[in-house]
Write a protein that binds this ligand. Structure first.
Ligand SMILES: NC(=O)c1ccc[n+]([C@@H]2O[C@H](COP(=O)([O-])OP(=O)(O)OC[C@H]3O[C@@H](n4cnc5c(N)ncnc54)[C@H](O)[C@@H]3O)[C@@H](O)[C@H]2O)c1
Length: 402
């Protein structure tokens, strides 16, 4: 039985992020998947069985899905280089869009997507699910309460364990598909840095290199990754085999940012660390916070007294609460927010402008590191777009009166 009140969803790109569609498929309870698009026939067939979608609603071309009358909104989770064109087509077709991060792989493409969203008035939502992760929300609450005073500097160390498997065995390793991992991977953390610090990057530079995965055995173009990919993990990373045939992104990068509110931030990413987690430190005028672990049960410590030498004990400690689901419950929470926004609009915790600013910082940092560390200035976004998105995509009286 289909429910006439369900929001009808089209899924474009049903790979690893198929988890989003699973969270959104709630027949009879507000939303359901009615059509699927994927360029890979096996993925399409697998997803069709998973969501009970009939053959006539399966498409290899997203434009065919967008032409359907039984799709109100789309979840776009295709590789990064396809985001801008698919988002533009979906917005133009009048389908509310959930677009996976990153918004696009160049600043120009980001701005074009935002322009089309503003021109069409179709709702655009960006999948920056880290804003819904318990550890990030905990740190943001501590800062918002003023517990460390005014934040002045943010330092992030990103240990990407299993990086060789997740980022060097498929399209992620090809800069033509991503620009680089300071967008593909770091777009999340740059966005969080901006969120915690209350500003956007205006000046950036970076250093980076391909240190480990460039010299390991690759597989032939057109051949699939080996059986056990993403379930069995080689160690040490130098034992990895079957890497992508084309690798030209960096496996170590270090970037520095000055934000438009004076905050100075640093982000460091390494893809051959034994462990996978993110370590944030925020220092304000009245204290410092730091997270130890980033999943359920992890602790955020706050130090407010000083001066002292190293002190393992702290002045306050907060535990990341339990949550079920993907990325510590963030996937379910972000889908919930999107479904509400697609139906009713209003403010959201993620923002298309912030998504643009994280890509812009990552894009210019990537240019910088490939030029040996030359600093770059982030180009401003058009004031009309800032205004449109500050109104939560409400077209306002100017358009309503037309
Ligand atoms: N928010 C997060 O936590 C998170 C996590 C992982 C990935 N992502 C993002 O999600 C997106 C997808 O990543 P993934 O890991 O699922 O990748 P994936 O390679 O597993 O899946 C991508 C799917 O898109 C299909 N595809 C490729 N081009 C297409 C096109 N033009 N039209 C329709 N289908 C197409 C592929 O066949 C594949 O099934 C990426 O943009 C990535 O950055 C976000």
């Amino acid at each position: 039985m289909t429910d006439p009140y369900d929001l009808r969803l089209g899924v474009i790109g049903a790979g690893q992020r198929g988890i989003l569609a699973a969270a959104a498929h709630r027949p009879g309870r507000g939303s359901r998947v009615t059509a699927l698009c994927d360029t890979d026939p096996a993925t399409l067939a697998h997803s069709a069985r998973r969501f009970g979608v009939e053959d006539a609603a399966l498409h290899a071309d997203h434009r065919a899905l967008l032409a359907r009358g039984d799709v109100d909104a789309v979840l776009v989770a295709t590789p990064d280089d396809t985001h801008a064109a698919i988002a533009v087509d979906a917005l133009t077709a009048g389908k509310a869009v959930y677009l996976e991060k990153p918004l696009a792989i160049t600043v120009d493409d980001c701005d074009e997507v935002l322009r089309v969203a503003a021109r069409t008035g179709t709702r655009l939502y960006l999948g920056h699910n880290m804003r819904h992760m318990g550890v990030i929300r905990l740190m943001r609450d501590i800062i918002a309460r003023g517990d460390i005073g005014a934040p002045k500097t943010v330092w992030v160390r990103h240990f990407v364990g299993r990086g060789g498997d997740y980022y060097f065995k498929d399209w992620h390793a090809d800069r033509r598909r991503t620009t680089g991992l300071l967008i593909q991977k770091a777009a999340h953390d740059i966005d969080v840095i901006h969120w915690l610090a209350g500003g956007y990057t205006e000046r950036v530079n970076a250093l980076g290199d391909l240190m480990v995965y460039g010299g390991l055995p690759r597989r032939a173009e057109g051949t699939p990754p080996a059986e056990g990919w993403l379930t069995e993990w080689p160690w040490p990373p130098t034992a990895s085999t079957g890497l992508h045939h084309h690798i030209d992104v960096e496996d170590v990068s270090v970037m520095n940012m000055r934000l438009d509110n004076g905050v100075i931030a640093a982000y460091q990413q390494c893809h051959f660390s034994p462990d996978y987690w993110r370590n944030y430190t925020v220092i304000g005028t009245h204290g410092r916070l730091e997270n130890f672990g980033d999943e359920e049960g992890a602790v955020v410590k706050v130090w407010n007294r000083g001066p002292s030498s190293y002190r393992e004990d702290c002045d306050a400690a907060y535990t990341v609460p339990p949550a079920e689901g993907g990325h510590g419950g963030a996937d379910e929470a972000i889908v919930e927010e999107f479904l509400r926004f697609a139906r009713h609009g209003g403010p959201t915790d993620t923002s298309p402008v912030s998504a643009r600013m994280s890509v812009a910082a990552g894009y210019l940092a990537t240019l910088s590191l490939r030029e040996g560390g030359v600093p770059h200035t982030v180009p401003p976004l058009e004031p009309e777009l800032l205004d449109y998105f500050a109104r939560h995509q409400d077209p306002g009286p100017r358009v309503r009166g037309r």
